[in-house]
Ligand binder design. Sequence first.
Ligand code: TXA
Ligand code: MG
Length: 351
Amino acid sequence: MYYNWKETTNTEELKIVCNLIRNGELVIFPTETVYGIGANALDEKAVGKIFIAKGRPSDNPLIVHLADKNQIKEVAQNITEVEQKLIDAFMPGPFTLILERKSIIPDIVTAGLDTVAIRIPDNVIARGILTYSGVPIAAPSANLSGKPSGTSVEDIRKELEGKVSAIVDGGETDIGLESTVVKVIHEVPLILRPGKITPEQIEKVAGIVRLDSNIFEEIQQNQKIESPGMKYKHYAPETKCRVICFEDELDQLFYMKRAIKEYRGDVVVLGFTEHKEKIYVSENRYIDIGSKDHLEEVAQKLYTSLRKADALKPQIILIEGVKQEGLGIAIMNRLLRTCSYDCIKENTIKI
Ligand code: TXA
Ligand code: MG
């Protein structure tokens, strides 16, 4: 069933949706980051359906979503001082914390790890569903495994309809990128996946922060990884993509023009608002991803823009990169994976 709650949550329908969750069915619902495809986290069979619907490898664990902080102690234990500080500062919000798991959480959710990822979303619809269903909800991003996450129902309806019992439409998600994932190791927060909550914000709370080395780098074979999700292909359209990052605007425009020529115009550009008049491609081949000085906008539009570009089936999608600072860290982390690390930078140009 499709439920339109773009304007307001319908309480009768909310009861239906929560019953579906309690009865072991799958429901797609919005959060402030991206859409999730959720099931009762305590019901092994229900969680199994998520992996099938997404085509997700079974060794990639899921995030457990909770209605409020009091529930954390029901699913996790031995919470340290630093972990508690992070919980107090960033939950509810676009933040996921890896904690020591309690055995109430089935193995299938954590892929057998002794930790569990916890998140309390800050979105009226998500919190409504979590509160009234009364159970923790395991939910990965709503998309087929490997594809960009869903930030609107239009984007994911085709690929997931028929695989779930309900789709709750809350309109476009606010943030557009998945939550920041953090694990505290020896009292130091390690960012496993960057997001809206930035390293600076975490440092302010914990006094120290580290970024996992895999955030901007390709995983090497046999490398030790903290988060199983890191080793899988991610956020990738069917079309080949390239990200272009010159600090100097003229170099950036020059490279763009050269690449467009090389592909005889059979490209789609994901470019900044400021460059719309400066990069010449036919009008429907320029997708405006927002202002280069407004990274919130770029993040919010990114996945929808990638899907739009892919639908046009060009030879290549050329994407303007952003500075790797603040929210730009999360944007570049996703873009590098989208492009399988095909990234043109200052020192790599061959003119
Ligand atoms: O914003 C979000 O986090 C969205 C919304 C729906 O909440 N969810 C989301 O879930 O992005 P998913 O499954 O697409 O990404 C979860 C990431 C994966 O990379 C997974 O490997 C990692 O979190 N993860 C989950 N449990 C973990 C654990 N115990 N240890 C390390 N990494 C874990
Ligand atoms: Mg995902």
